[in-house]
Unconditional design. Structure first.
Length: 83
């Protein structure tokens, strides 16, 4: 099984499965309302010009998260052919 990494470390085009969500209960609740739940697939789309926020694709919609928020989400890469 692959080791988990924080969501903000993904590069554009990489897909992953969410395995753990950290942070305060209010932040975890907000993530759940956005569809960020354990077992869900997420795709890293792109970074803003200065690197923050980052754009992801999950459950059929685009979602922008700050690096601090994305760092609270642990994922396992899917099909990591790029190394």
């Amino acid at each position: 099984m692959s080791a988990s990494v924080q969501l903000h470390l993904l590069r554009p085009g990489q897909s992953a499965t969410i395995v753990q969500i950290k942070g305060e209960s209010a932040l975890r609740r907000r993530f759940a309302e956005m569809g960020i739940i354990k077992g869900e697939a997420i795709l890293m789309e792109r970074n803003a010009p200065l690197g923050d926020p980052m754009e992801y694709f999950i459950k059929g919609y685009h979602l922008a998260l700050r690096k601090e928020e994305a760092a609270q989400i642990e994922v396992i890469l899917l099909g990591d052919a790029n190394g």
